[in-house]
Every structure is written in structure tokens, then in C-alpha cells.
Design a protein around this ligand. Structure first.
Ligand code: FE
Length: 202
């Protein structure tokens, strides 16, 4: 296979080199690294963000505070809202998040970023041709919908508050949270309406 410098960015190579050195010196174990990573995948995941979204959907006062300042996530007992900006998708405005420079991501609420988020293709194309990128994610936006692309940095992390799907009026906060996906909170997908009752869960 041809060498692709974007496949293994410098920071990834440096991290791997540091990791093997620390393991070799007995300062770190591979198990400890794996445990820390799975902690993010298992316990932090996008689940915290989903809870924030569900609360915002059912509590307009919370939603207003959240859109004013990401620090409002502290009301749900969540840390890390200090540099968090929450942007709301509406029928006329669509927001999506990228980090053009590297891979800044609101990991306190969404866990670890997906691989594609860190890819050169996403980082460059999200700003250049966001509609084309969204189409590839299966999200076709009407030309009348304004697209806003938010470039994350070490100082500012963005999370999208997706639109609440129709037909979810009777759902509990917990059931709503279960509908919210990571991709919807990055802004590359919509939250799908729940399958009609009686239908088998996929
Ligand atoms: Fe970054």
C-alpha cells in the first residue's frame, strides 16, 4: 500500500512512540492505556451529550441557558462545560462541527471522536463543501437551509443540539436520550424518529 502521510499523522506517530517508550520504561502498562480508552468509550461515550440534548428538548428554560452557555451542563452534574458552545439546528439553520487544525472535540460530552472526524478529508472538505460532505453522510439539505460550520479549537468546543424529531411527544426524557446519536451532535446527521411501536427494533 502506498504511504499516505494523512493515514498516520505526526501526532499519532509521536503518541505511539511515547507510549512504547513509557511501557518499555515500566512507567505505563498497555492495559492501563486500554482501560482509559475504554473508560471514554464505555462511560463517557456520546451518552452524556444525549442526556443534555434530551433535557434541552423537554425543558425550554434549560435549553435557553444551554444555548447561552455550555456551562449549563453543570446542572446535569456534567463537568467540562466551560469552553463548550452549543448550537441549535432548526428547520432553516443547520450546524456542523469540525476541527480544521487537528481533532478538537467536545470529549467531555461526546467521548472519543470518530476516526473520520480526524481525517484530512473531513477536516478540509467540511469547510469547503459542507453540503457535499453532508450528502455523503446521507443528509440532503434543501438549498434554502443555511449551513453553518463551526471550527473547534483548544479554547472552544462545539456541540450541536439536533432537532427533536416529530412523533416523539409522548416519550420520556430517557427514551428521547436513547434516540440521540453522536453523529447528530456533530451535525452530520439528523435524529431519526423512533420506529413505530410494534415494529421490531433493528
Ligand atoms: Fe483540534
Amino acid at each position: 500500500m502506498k504511504y499516505d502521510p494523512e493515514q498516520e499523522p505526526y501526532v499519532a506517530l509521536r503518541t505511539k512512540a511515547l507510549e512504547s517508550l513509557l511501557i518499555e520504561k515500566g512507567l505505563l502498562s498497555a492495559e492501563a492505556v486500554d482501560e482509559r480508552i475504554s473508560e471514554y468509550e464505555r462511560d463517557i461515550g456520546p451518552l452524556k451529550g444525549a442526556k443534555v440534548v434530551a433535557r434541552a428538548w423537554i425543558d425550554p428554560a434549560f435549553k435557553a441557558r444551554l444555548l447561552a452557555s455550555g456551562a449549563a451542563i453543570a446542572e446535569l452534574g456534567l463537568p467540562g462545560g466551560g469552553n463548550l458552545v452549543v448550537v441549535e439546528n432548526t428547520p432553516t439553520h443547520h450546524h456542523m462541527v469540525v476541527c480544521t487544525l487537528c481533532s478538537c472535540y467536545p470529549w467531555t460530552v461526546l467521548g472519543l471522536p470518530p476516526t473520520w472526524y480526524k481525517s484530512f478529508a473531513y477536516r478540509s472538505r467540511a469547510v469547503r463543501e459542507p453540503r457535499a460532505v453532508l450528502r455523503e453522510f446521507g443528509l440532503e439539505l434543501d438549498e434554502a437551509v443555511a449551513v453553518h460550520v463551526w471550527d473547534s479549537s483548544a479554547e472552544m468546543r462545539y456541540m450541536v443540539l439536533p432537532e427533536r424529531p416529530a412523533g416523539t411527544e409522548g416519550l420520556t426524557e430517557e427514551e428521547l436520550a436513547a434516540l440521540v446519536t453522536r453523529d447528530a451532535m456533530i451535525g452530520v446527521a439528523r435524529v431519526a424518529a423512533p420506529a413505530p411501536s410494534g415494529a421490531a427494533a433493528g
